[in-house]
Design a protein around this ligand. Sequence first.
Ligand SMILES: C[S@@+](CC[C@H](N)C(=O)[O-])C[C@H]1O[C@@H](n2cnc3c(N)ncnc32)[C@H](O)[C@@H]1O
Length: 183
Amino acid sequence: MGSGTTLVEAKLLNRNAIGVDINPQSVSISETNLQFQCDTTSKVHIRNGSATDLSFIKDGRIDFICTHPPYANIIKYSKEIENDISLLPIDDFLTEIEKVASEAYRVLKKGKMCAIMMGDMRKYGKVIPLGFKVMECFLKAGFASKEIIIKEQHNCKSTEYWENRNNNFLLLAHEYIFVFQKV
Ligand SMILES: C[S@@+](CC[C@H](N)C(=O)[O-])C[C@H]1O[C@@H](n2cnc3c(N)ncnc32)[C@H](O)[C@@H]1O
């Protein structure tokens, strides 16, 4: 859920939506961002919890999933919140993403889509293809790969720092939006 961008768009599009985030701060920011008037009858539900456990949702009830997890521990969203997957190194992070993928598969209606945004990372000058590792988790959960969208990513906080250094590598300047279908 983060700051609630997806929920704001859902409200504007008159869609019912459920947002989940492990961080209570994200919950309060989203609540604030959703306090605007518009011509809508939809219901938006905010939940402080983990995307690895959606047991409050019955099987096959959801029409669309849109998720933007942390990219392992590149950016830490909290210091010590239990189940915050932004605190995890890659292997542990992928174990949790497998749980997210299997819960997403369970709650989605058959034939419907799940979109996930994910980026790669670089460690000691080498690219770690986190995006494709995450994609594998969703395929393993039973999803079919419907689309791979490349989103250009410029002007990050750290871009200027890296541009001004004498690097022997290219800057990562894209993220993926994987669209999966429950077939
Ligand atoms: C990349 S941000 C999402 C940003 C969002 N797209 C926005 O527009 O604000 C990732 C979010 O995942 C949350 N998060 C970390 N672990 C989680 C978990 N186990 N379940 C649900 N959310 C989690 C973090 O608290 C953070 O808000």
